[in-house]
Design a protein. Structure first.
Length: 299
């Protein structure tokens, strides 16, 4: 694996790979790799010839008072994990390379960023969309891999790629859970043992919603109310939102129909955690997606 800090060098290596007839896969991350990140790397490794992982804690997607300074970092562990997963290029740019001057240009995806996390973190998605667009510009034509735990982010990135006619294929990779049901997140390191136990309420509430769907429930308000009540019953967890939305437009839904996401966010101690249940309805039949469970972190 080659670690790169220089934008021009990464662009040159990706261009050289394509000229040689190779395909490029990009995994954008902020580091502190866990099994969810590694699943993205494995998907890219299986699909493409040259795998690029970017490791950049992007300051523009953190709002005032958020955890930019405290965001978990483990550069040595990340390097070891990326090497173990067969990553070819690890892009670790300094902030001054990505933002040499205070940026005057941002990318805003209207509509899709108004709800859910966009309502709670109003500047967040402009930061995400801007840095992702910069990475796509640097890497060039590629397949880009994003975890479906951040379902709204996947929808936003897909829309910006379509609207800007970028030569990028966005690939959503299933959410990864620990054996206790908690979705993998770098911010899980903030949790105490007690808070970790409390955080399991998110996946339990979503699993109950999946059971209700398979039993015939199709009313969005009933599903959301049951999920919210279950989470609210855990005193150590403060619900931010629970909503059923269209998976592509992030518009709220009144009934279960088509491609949808039952999305939740909640505060547990100092951590803000996301989780969701993917729902697909075709010809009256419903399928649900709670992701995949891993028993332990791989070495």
């Amino acid at each position: 694996m080659i670690a790169i800090t220089d934008i021009a060098e990464l662009r040159r290596r990706c261009d050289d790979a394509r000229r040689a007839g190779q395909t490029v896969g990009l995994v954008p991350t902020m580091g502190k790799f866990h099994e969810g990140h590694r699943a993205l790397m494995r998907a890219a490794r299986a699909d493409t010839d040259v795998v690029v992982v970017s490791l950049f804690v992007n300051p523009t997607q953190f709002g005032a008072g958020e955890d930019l300074a405290a965001y978990p970092r483990d550069p040595d562990g990340d390097t070891a994990a990326a090497t173990a997963e067969g990553v070819d290029l690890l892009f670790v740019p300094p902030v001054e390379a990505m933002y040499p001057d205070p940026p005057r240009t941002t990318v805003h995806v209207a509509g899709l960023t108004d709800r859910l996390c966009g309502a709670s973190r109003p500047t967040h998605f402009d930061g995400v969309a801007t840095v992702v667009t910069k990475l796509f510009s640097i890497v060039g034509p590629c397949r880009a891999y994003f975890g479906r735990k951040d379902a709204q982010q996947v929808a936003v990135v897909r829309r910006l790629v379509a609207d800007l006619n970028l030569p990028v294929t966005v690939v959503g990779v299933p959410l990864v859970r620990d054996a206790d049901g908690v979705a993998r997140s770098s911010r899980n390191t903030y949790l105490t043992d007690e808070q970790r136990r409390a955080a399991t309420v998110l996946s339990r509430a979503l699993r109950d919603a999946a059971d209700a769907l398979h039993a015939g429930e199709r009313d969005a308000a009933a599903l959301v109310a049951a999920v919210a009540a279950a989470i609210d019953a855990e005193p150590a967890v403060r619900l931010d939102y629970a909503e059923l939305v269209d998976a592509h437009t992030i518009e709220p839904a009144a009934r279960v129909d088509g491609d949808q996401v039952l999305a939740v966010a909640a505060h547990v101690g100092s951590a803000r955690l996301l989780d969701n249940l993917g729902i697909t309805t075709r010809d009256g039949a419903v399928t649900t997606d709670l992701g995949v469970v891993v028993e332990e972190q791989l070495a």
